[in-house]
Design a protein around this ligand. Structure first.
Ligand code: ATP
Length: 342
């Protein structure tokens, strides 16, 4: 009987944080192999501008070339297409490893929302779960810190291992943390900063050869015009309290920021989705990163030099974020107001 690890992810791009987690977990728990499964489309992420699933797969393949004896890159989710659910992936691996023990490996940030994963109970019937630390997300010290939906499955928790009534375990593993995220690395590529020792060299070469993580700027071109276009759209959709800041003279990562609000989380989320769709039609690009779209409390759409914050108005008042940008120039947007009907 072998021990088979499964490590899924978007890998946009693969980085040393991922590799550290896979290799360390394999060593700690004596895994014979780890199947590394790039997602076609994660259920928890919006499509963003950037590499295709095939390109992300390719990066993983090249980046793991030196670890081939233990890390096996698995095409199944890319080949299946559609939204990639882990339960389907586990069943697929199970079919090939009928008598083996499966160990799904996730970072602590993923574990925090694990009870929102499709068929999470079935997953925990079929596979053990290894949860690794990740900077910014501490491992749980008591059962109260588990995702609520998991609590009833736990028979015993000794601080390192939870025994489940499914016959499987959740194993918590403190890594020697590598403080990296794909978000930060994409930004470094965009800003042409060094990614030395953050990603395998083969990944860095692939990104440069294929001009990845540059697409948004190339498609948008003039960001001032783009910002005005977004403002105009938001105003025409009765978005409230639209404000915009020109930050070009400031030491900010973006050049323009738009802040606006919706009157409910639902409206905020819908407004952001519509804006994304509108921009995709006009400019042919998705944002390079989004946050909060599902919850609709504070949605961030990152188009590189222009960042759009769409708040549920109540949350906006709570954060008073505008004070951050008032050191920049407030853009005069009166001429962008839709013409009053006479
Ligand atoms: P982003 O920064 O965009 O959130 P990510 O690297 O977290 O990207 P994925 O590629 O989907 O996104 O991550 C795959 C898995 O790797 C997840 O289980 C995640 O928790 C884990 N992971 C990512 N970075 C680290 C890290 N620095 N240390 C440990 N685990 C990590």
């Amino acid at each position: 009987m072998s021990k088979v690890g499964i490590f899924g992810g978007t890998f946009d791009p693969l980085h040393m944080g991922h590799i550290n987690s896979m290799i360390s977990a394999a060593g700690e728990y004596g895994l014979d192999i780890v199947r590394v499964v790039p997602a076609f489309q994660s259920p928890f992420r919006q499509p963003t501008a950037g590499p295709t699933p095939e390109q992300r797969y390719e990066m993983v393949e090249r980046g793991l070339e030196n670890y081939k004896d233990i890390l096996k890159v698995d095409r199944q989710e890319v080949d299946r297409g559609g939204v990639s659910y882990t339960i389907g992936t586990i069943d697929h691996v199970r079919a090939e490893h009928k008598d083996d023990e499966l160990y799904l490996i996730v970072g602590m940030d993923q574990f925090e929302g694990f009870d929102r994963w499709k068929s999470f109970e079935k997953i925990l019937n079929r596979s053990h779960l290894i949860v690794t630390s990740r900077p910014g997300a501490d491992l749980p010290e008591s059962l109260q810190e588990f995702p609520l939906g998991l609590v009833d499955l736990v028979e015993d928790f000794d601080g390192k291992q939870a025994l489940l009534n499914t016959g499987k375990s959740i194993l918590f593993f403190q890594l020697e943390d590598v403080d990296l995220s794909a978000t930060e690395i994409r930004k470094r590529f965009r800003d042409k900063e060094s990614v030395h020792e953050m990603v395998p060299k083969a990944v860095a070469d692939y990104v440069r050869e294929n001009g990845l993580y540059q697409a948004v700027s190339a498609k948008i071109g003039d960001f001032e015009k783009f910002t005005e276009y977004c403002i105009q759209y938001l105003l025409s959709k009765k978005s409230i309290q639209v404000r915009a800041f020109d930050l070009r003279d400031m030491d900010f990562p973006s050049e323009f920021t738009i802040v606006t609000s919706g009157t409910s989380t639902k409206q905020t989320s819908a407004m952001a989705q519509n804006l994304i769709r509108e921009i995709k039609t006009k400019y042919g690009t998705y944002p390079q990163h989004t946050e909060g779209l599902r919850e609709g409390r504070w949605v961030v759409l990152d188009y590189g030099a222009t960042i759009i914050h769409i708040f549920y108005d109540y949350v906006r008042m709570e954060y008073r974020l505008e004070e951050l940008w008032t050191s920049g120039k407030t853009m005069d947007i009166r001429h962008l107001e839709p013409a009053a009907k006479t």
